[in-house]
Write a protein that binds this ligand. Structure first.
Ligand SMILES: [Zn+2]
Length: 465
């Protein structure tokens, strides 16, 4: 059977340039890109009027995340299927070490959830919550044996946070291996102090959530982490930046790294919810605001404008989602106490459509920059490039045929995520993923899924020195 695929008449967009070309894919990989390809193929798709983007990479998702009382509502099966509908062909989730547990156990757990269930390709960062001699040996094993090139640390949350001494030691270990540290940057003590005050004053409503996660908590932790990264020579990626000031400090640190001629640098991620949604949503009467409870929280207009500038000028490297959905029933665990509302919003399905609509269609960014933010930068930072993140000969045949003129309305009634609401309900968006191709196989076409469950593969990553 001829399994080759020929895509004709599209505009191929990479992070550095775009051009009209045909693309020939065989055995899962891109074989040829040329102005006109006429050879016969198993399947030919006409992409006239469409962009061809490299398959999206969402480097920050949480499928089936165990939380007190349950799991985030998307499994690897439902979440990865939603990802594909939205043009994301690779997700990177987090395998979280338990206190007293090992990294390999965590990795095994997450691998067993994803393997055979994921529709799209996947990889894992490993989160370190308990640093000791064994953990230290295991960091090396993760890199050398399991293809894990990124380790996450938290500066907040009782069950997850570790102290500065451990963070410094991890950064030293990770720097020696030329891997990278990801960080959730919020000052945990500030959060706990405000939350305790709220409790003692009977302030339990959702509207107090953003107050408990003050912007200073994010700025302080970001500043501390970038300085520790500079000190240890470790590459650092700060997840979900929400504030203009945190971004400014991160960008300053990047210059300091460059002045020291250090290749490892600091990288910034933000998410669509921080670019598009306002903290006023927490003030909606009743429990409605619980839908938007995530940490760090949504901020105001000035921060959104600053983040958009970072999207435009290159100071933000990647757009991820921090996809971590909970149904309204699960959110209700926090009825009467906002601090018990499970944190997270659904988002994996609409990342590319939202950035195209708000970014490219509104002329804030060019299609090339869109590709960098949704795919190429994540591939480079996390060791997937050039297998993923580019449309070029030798790369995996992960391609999104994107119709820039289509118009959609986002709604929980039509989305594929396992969540009974959307934080973008009724938002009109321009542009739609018409066909999504994973390793040369059509995954989604015209709104229909064509892949079997479990098609997604674990993608071991390499260290890029
Ligand atoms: Zn997260």
């Amino acid at each position: 059977m001829n399994t080759s695929l020929l895509i004709k008449n599209g505009v191929v967009v990479n992070a550095d340039k775009k051009r009209r070309a045909d693309v020939y894919i065989d055995e899962g990989r891109i074989k040829e890109i040329k102005k006109s390809i006429t050879r016969p193929a198993g399947r030919t798709i006409d992409a006239s009027g469409c962009f061809l983007f490299p398959g999206g990479i969402d480097p920050h998702v949480h499928m089936e995340l165990p939380v007190r009382g349950g799991h985030s509502s998307d499994t690897f099966s439902t979440g990865s299927r939603a990802a594909l509908f939205g043009g994301t062909t690779t997700i990177i989730d987090f395998a979280n070490q338990e206190r007293g547990g090992t990294l390999s156990h965590a990795l095994g757990e997450w691998m067993s959830r994803a393997n055979g269930n994921s529709f799209c390709d996947f990889a894992f960062h490993v989160s370190i919550t308990d640093y000791n001699d064994r953990t230290r040996r295991e960091i090396r094993e993760c890199v050398e044996r399991h293809g894990v090139s990124s380790f996450k640390i938290f500066t907040a949350y009782e069950a997850l946070r570790i102290g500065d001494a451990d963070i410094l030691a991890i950064m030293e270990d990770v720097a020696k291996l030329h891997a990278i540290v990801l960080a959730h940057a919020e000052n945990g003590d500030m959060i706990e102090r405000v939350t305790a005050k709220h409790r003692s004053h009977g302030k339990h409503e959702v509207k107090y959530h953003p107050e408990a996660h003050p912007v200073e908590a994010e700025i302080e932790a970001t500043t501390r982490l970038v300085d520790m990264a500079l000190h240890t020579g470790c590459a650092l990626y700060v997840v979900h930046i929400t504030s203009g000031e945190a971004l400014r400090r991160l960008a300053g640190a990047r210059k300091a790294h460059a002045r020291r001629k250090r290749l490892p640098s600091v990288f910034a991620e933000t998410c669509p919810q921080y670019l598009l949604l306002d903290r006023a949503l927490y003030e909606v009467p009743g429990f409605e605001g619980a839908k938007y409870v995530c940490s760090p929280p949504l901020r105001g207009a000035a921060d959104r404008a600053a983040l958009w500038r970072g999207i435009e000028d290159g100071r933000i490297d990647t757009l991820a989602t921090d996809h971590c959905p909970f149904t309204m029933k699960q959110k209700e665990w926090g009825l009467g106490d906002y601090a018990r509302i499970p944190n997270g919003v659904p988002g994996v399905e609409h990342r590319m459509q939202l950035l195209f609509s708000e970014g490219v269609a509104k002329k804030r960014i060019k299609p090339e920059r869109f590709v960098e933010l949704t795919s190429t930068a994540a591939a480079r930072v996390f060791g997937l490039y050039p297998k993923k993140g580019a449309i070029m000969p030798g790369s995996d045949g992960d391609i999104v045929i994107f119709d820039p003129e289509a118009v959609d309305r986002i709604s929980a009634r039509s989305h594929h995520m396992n969540c009974d609401y959307s934080v973008y309900e009724d938002l009109r968006v321009r542009g739609r993923c018409r066909t999504v191709i994973l390793r040369g196989t059509v995954a989604v076409d015209g709104g229909a899924l064509e892949l079997p469950e479990g098609f997604g593969r674990y993608i071991p990553r390499v260290i890029l020195v």
